[in-house]
Design a protein around this ligand. Structure first.
Ligand SMILES: Cc1cc2nc3c(=O)[nH]c(=O)nc-3n(C[C@H](O)[C@H](O)[C@H](O)COP(=O)(O)OP(=O)(O)OC[C@H]3O[C@@H](n4cnc5c(N)ncnc54)[C@H](O)[C@@H]3O)c2cc1C
Length: 439
């Protein structure tokens, strides 16, 4: 391989990083491709948002770009032998308080896609799927979107299998925490330095570091003196609580083939809440409605939102007020039917958000050789099979003008208040109210 052959260092082995490695090794089997992540790809517990029991895989988007992209990804999930075992086509039951259902149906029509999807009245919806959602909250609801072709993926299992496949093809995996970036005299990024003192270099360094990205860029700016490296308001780390109950054998029979449930709200109220069908271990999962920042001083005088600094982001130590968020989620989906369920497992999952919920797949404007591919903004998992294809297009300056603009590092960004999923709380404020609430 000549010195001018491109080489790739991908920081972060979530869906953005793993998909990039997967597509790179397929396209360039002889090039040097390395992933570095603080957690082993097959560790029992990881901090990645992409590492999870399950994630919703749907193309039910009012934004036609993501609708199309999700359909492309779903086609892979449904047909490719590597991906297929992890996808479950259970359908989705989306309770809509806006025109969302009609917008999704219209997008499918515009894209010429046939699918078993319809908008149904509340009365009709309550009777579907054996009446599982008969006692859900329908306040302010217009209609319910039912798309039988949507579903969910065994998220962590798929992530591990696809990463393993890429390693077998020649991708190298280094388990280490990255503490900074390295630059040559011209300011070009040459790679990373790890907290254990190691150095890794490549012609292309791609940050797919999820919720940690803004903090890492602060560290790099501090060390290099190049303040333009900072993410500023472009990227904000947000946390969301998830919780699970283990269904009894009896209730499992009723819920085993349930669709994904979504309670949709408008931006004035807040984010959508979800309930995922039980895993093979009979565990039914929710995510809550509180999305929060964790703004703290990451370097002297520098305050950004980042996950807690413990090695596991303290993700399993979930305080009471956040657990209550899952009780609320249970109530708005199942009402009296779920009232007796015990919540056994809780986790706070961290992701990187942009105000428009668009990804950033872009060269970093402040250093040649440095690229950003992350910001799933609470919806990135489902695109796992195709994300890397677009990252390569970005690296080779072949993105369509529409994608290039949408995913750019520098672009106009809407006000956060327009985004229902924007992290609108501070974690500390949610926890502060805890002792008072107990009085
Ligand atoms: C509760 C919750 C539910 C969600 N549900 C869905 C869903 O149903 N469907 C859907 O499509 N999307 C969903 N999402 C969104 C989706 O999970 C994310 O958008 C996506 O997984 C982000 O992928 P990523 O690769 O950018 O980041 P991550 O998956 O977080 O991966 C980042 C990786 O970078 C590594 N890393 C970070 N910093 C460093 C460092 N300094 N050194 C070394 N390694 C580092 C981490 O260890 C991690 O492995 C959900 C998100 C959350 C939080």
């Amino acid at each position: 391989m000549s010195a001018s052959t491109p080489s790739y260092l991908i920081v972060g082995a979530g869906v953005f990083g793993a998909s990039t490695a997967y597509h790179l090794i397929k396209k360039y089997p002889d090039r040097q491709i390395t992933i570095v992540d603080q957690d082993a790809y097959d560790a029992d517990s990881r901090v990645a948002a992409s590492w999870d029991w399950n994630k919703v895989v749907r193309a039910d988007y009012d934004d036609i770009v993501y609708c199309q992209l999700a359909l492309e990804a779903q086609d892979v999930f449904k047909s490719d032998p590597l991906w297929k075992p992890f996808f479950h086509e259970t359908g989705i039951f989306w309770i809509c308080r806006s025109d969302y259902a009609q917008e999704v149906i219209e997008n499918y029509r515009k894209l010429g896609r046939q699918a078993d999807l319809q908008a149904v009245s509340i009365e009709e919806a309550k009777k579907m799927f054996g009446g599982l959602f008969e006692d859900a909250n329908y306040d302010g609801v217009k209609e319910v979107l039912v798309n039988k072709t949507s579903g969910w993926a065994q998220a962590g299992d798929a992530l591990r299998a696809v990463t393993k496949w890429s390693l077998e093809q020649g991708v190298k995996y280094v388990t280490a925490k990255v503490g900074g970036l390295t630059f040559d005299e011209s300011g070009r990024c040459t790679g990373v330095e790890t907290e254990d003192g190691g150095k890794l270099s490549a012609s292309h360094t791609i940050l797919s570091t999820g919720a940690y990205t803004a903090k890492l860029l602060e560290q790099a700016a501090h060390k290099s003196g190049n303040n333009e490296l900072r993410a500023g308001t472009r990227i904000v780390a947000g946390g969301i609580t998830t919780g699970m109950t283990t269904l009894t054998e009896e209730s499992y029979k009723r819920f085993a083939n349930m669709p994904v449930g979504v309670q949709g709200y408008t931006a004035a109220y807040g984010p959508f809440i979800g309930s995922l069908p039980p895993t093979k271990d009979r565990e039914l999962k929710w995510w809550g409605e509180k999305i929060f920042k964790n703004t703290h001083e990451v370097l002297p005088g520098r305050f950004v939102s980042a996950p807690p600094s413990e090695p596991d982001y303290n993700q399993w130590n979930v305080p009471g007020p956040l657990k209550q968020d899952i009780d609320h989620a249970n109530d708005v989906f199942y009402g009296k039917n779920g009232a007796e369920w015990k919540m056994e497992k809780h986790r706070v999952c961290w992701d990187a958000f942009t105000t428009s919920s668009d990804f950033i797949i872009s060269p970093h404007a402040a250093a040649k050789g440095l690229y950003v591919a992350t910001c799933g903004s609470f919806h990135g998992y489902k695109f796992f099979p195709v994300l890397g294809k677009y990252v390569i297009q970005m690296l080779e300056d072949e993105l369509t003008p529409e994608h290039k603009e949408k995913w750019a590092w520098d672009r106009e960004r809407p006000a956060p208040s327009l985004n229902p999923d924007w992290p609108r709380f501070e974690m500390a404020d949610l926890l502060d109210s805890w002792p008072r609430a107990k009085l």
